[in-house]
Design a protein around this ligand. Structure first.
Ligand code: CA
Length: 232
């Protein structure tokens, strides 16, 4: 799941990003409102959630939220702010924010609020993604399924493997290119090595192959990969 984080305080932004990484979110962190709007315009449909600080250099978080809603973007938005007066909360919610977190806050509370937003969002599956015989579980970061004998099996996934599989499940039977995966699952400005996608894909496919799923994700020569939910 990809999140845009807009926070101009370096220490807080870094701490939030670190926390979200541990939860397997992909995070693009913008440190001012104009940079954030650039991300939002170029990656328009790809963010599942936004965490917007209210007071920012350049465009404010409140204004970002208004612009999103004006363009009918319904991405769930959590506003962060030191303001705690009632009228400010009302202004934030009127601008289209879904929830409101007053600084200072603990990371456990931030994560709980994000989970709550995910549960309420029709765009986002809550705790599990189901496809065919499989269940991808966000809580345990595992892929569960029944084997040929009807016995439950579980594959533990790293964060990146989990993100890859989630992306494939959301794009079944389509050719997915390496560039697409790099753009969606690696963060902007991270400049990963060009073979990083292939390397991660090898690891993921090896785990699937060990359980007998050789063709679940097939290589489409010269193009990329295709997820075939019905193939063994
Ligand atoms: Ca701020």
């Amino acid at each position: 799941m990809r999140i845009i984080l807009v926070e101009d305080e370096p220490d807080l932004g870094a701490a939030i990003k670190r926390t979200l990484h541990q939860e397997a979110y992909v995070v693009d962190w913008a440190q001012d409102g104009d940079e954030a709007w650039g991300y939002l315009e170029s990656q328009w449909t790809e963010y599942s959630l936004g965490i917007l600080d209210w007071l920012l250099p350049g465009v404010s978080g409140l204004e970002l939220c208004k612009r999103l809603r004006k363009r009918n973007n319904s991405m769930p938005v959590l506003m962060l702010t030191a303001k705690d007066r009632m009228e400010d909360k009302v202004a934030g919610l009127d601008a289209g924010a879904d929830d409101y977190l007053v600084k200072p806050f603990g990371m456990a509370e931030l994560l709980a609020r994000l989970r709550a937003l995910q549960r309420r969002s029709p765009q986002i599956q809550s705790q599990q993604l189901h496809f065919g015989n499989f269940t991808l579980d966000y809580g345990t970061r595992t892929l569960g399924f029944q084997d040929a004998a009807g016995q439950p099996q579980v594959i533990s996934l790293t964060n990146k493997e989990f993100q890859l599989l989630e992306y494939f499940i959301r794009h079944p039977n389509q050719i997915v290119t390496r560039d697409q995966l790099l753009n969606q699952l690696w963060e902007l400005g991270a400049e990963p090595a060009s073979n990083v996608v292939a390397a991660q894909m090898r690891l993921l496919r090896r785990k699937l192959q060990e359980k007998g799923y050789d063709q679940l994700i097939e290589t489409v020569y010269g193009l990329g990969y295709r997820f075939n939910p019905t193939e063994r």
